[in-house]
Design a protein around this ligand. Structure first.
Ligand SMILES: Nc1ncnc2c1ncn2[C@@H]1O[C@H](COS(=O)(=O)NC(=O)[C@@H](N)CS)[C@@H](O)[C@H]1O
Ligand SMILES: [Zn+2]
Length: 413
């Protein structure tokens, strides 16, 4: 699947320091140490309907900062993102609206790409759909069956499940109790009550063909379509290798999605941990509720854009609180960001300002501490206040400040 169009990232003087990121498995922030000359990141992309709401945008901006910080530290980055262009919620929405699910998926994915370009998100190296990945997913499910790590239900549906007992450390990523897992599993697309499963938490790998549902040839599996977690495990393994630096997404994916994806990958490769860092972005909410399709309380990037809202003000607003915090989108958050952006643009046009090198070093240091954007933005505010008050003697500073905000925060002044 084609990715969206790229953009230039200014090279800054010197180099950034190692990026420390919070790892959900180890429950602490640790330096990410990409090896082999390039950093590898898999970020869970959209299920293509109701795109692009501000929750999607906030999470994509978070991992765009990881991408930018790694590049600033001198790494090449191989970044893979998927589109879940076949799954129950997509089929349900298409049926609700009486439209072809393939058309819905294509239209929403195209809109997502436009919104990502407007928000100045560096495109992933590989942008991959679930449907185009079905042949290799089916092969991997057969491998899991051959390893005895998966089993077919005996009820004639052709459904295949993963046996979580095959993953000895299952649960190490989310650190949840079994009852918490059962609750999240039921809430987020799992089927704990399905008859015939060995364990209630066993996730679906392959759904055998059903009348009225799309299906694809699955080789030895027979016709059907892939489960959700195996999709992301297989796409990452195919394009990034057996272990990766970052597996990312919103914190709604921590369990079951990322836990199961990691378990599938580790059983397939025999290598653990699948990801050195399991990175989860907080949920953007509106009126006190998580912004989500099921609730329908969505603010769309494309709507803001058609209302002539500056995407850079949206991006700055979504950077103003810490990426791991569940946070609310409010008019006040937006107005504050728009005002801040105006002052920053004014200061960037000054002839002279406080030291640009000091600002760059300060912003690098704050972002290297688990993407402390509130700390970084406060340093920029102080620099801007001084600049607008006529303090400072550095003639290169305004230009360097502009490049710093572009390269590290993705903000075009
Ligand atoms: N309210 C929200 N706040 C922050 N991130 C969100 C929010 N809702 C969804 N996301 C994130 O946005 C991305 C796409 O979400 S999604 O459209 O529901 N799709 C999926 O979760 C799956 N296609 C992942 S394989 C995911 O990383 C998800 O964690
Ligand atoms: Zn995923």
């Amino acid at each position: 699947m084609e990715t969206w169009s790229g953009l230039d990232v200014p090279r800054l003087p010197g180099a950034g320091q190692p990026l420390a990121l919070f790892d959900s498995a180890r429950q602490g922030a640790f330096p990410s140490r990409p090896v082999g000359g390039h950093a590898t990141m898999y970020v869970c992309g959209i299920t293509p309907y109701d795109a692009t709401h501000l929750g999607h945008a906030a999470t994509m901006i978070t991992f765009d900062l990881v991408n930018r910080m790694w590049r600033d530290a001198g790494h090449d980055v191989v970044y893979v993102q998927n589109v879940t262009d076949i799954d129950d919620p997509l089929l349900e929405r298409a049926a609700r609206d009486g439209e072809d699910w393939k058309v819905l998926a294509m239209r929403e994915t195209a809109l997502f790409r436009e919104d990502m370009e407007a928000l100045r998100i560096i495109p992933p190296s590989h942008y991959v759909g679930a449907v185009e990945s079905i042949p290799v997913i089916a092969e991997k499910v057969v491998e899991l069956l051959d390893q005895g790590a998966a089993y077919r239900l005996e009820d004639g549906t052709g459904d295949v499940y993963f046996d979580i007992a095959a993953a000895p450390r299952f649960g190490y990523e989310s650190n949840l109790s079994r009852e918490q897992m059962l609750a999240f599993f039921a809430e987020r697309g799992g089927d704990p009550e399905r008859a015939g499963k060995r364990d209630k938490l066993d996730p679906l790998l392959w759904r055998g063909r059903r009348d009225g549902e799309p299906s694809w040839p699955g080789g030895a599996l027979g016709a059907g379509r892939p489960g959700w977690h195996i999709e992301c495990a297989v796409i990452a393994l195919e394009l990034l290798g057996e272990t990766i630096d970052v597996q990312g997404g919103g914190n709604d994916l921590l369990f079951p999605h990322h836990e199961c994806s990691a378990a599938h990958a580790e059983v397939l490769t025999g290598k653990a941990p699948f990801a050195a860092h399991y990175v989860h972005a907080g949920m953007i909410g509106l009126d006190g509720e998580k912004m989500s399709k099921s609730r329908g309380n969505l603010v769309f990037v494309s709507r803001l854009r058609s209302d002539k809202v500056d995407p850079m003000a949206v991006r700055l607003a979504l950077l103003s609180d810490h990426y791991r915090a569940d946070r609310q989108w409010t008019d006040e958050v937006f107005e504050t960001a728009a005002h801040r952006l105006g002052r920053w643009r004014q200061a960037a046009r000054a002839a002279v300002a406080p030291s640009g090198a000091e600002l760059l070093a300060g912003v690098r240091a704050k972002l290297a501490e688990d993407l402390d954007t509130p700390g970084a933005l406060a340093l920029i505010d102080a620099w801007v206040d001084n600049t607008l008050a006529g303090v400072g003697t550095d003639h290169q500073a305004p230009a360097l400040m502009t490049e710093t905000l572009d390269a590290l925060l993705g903000l075009k002044l």
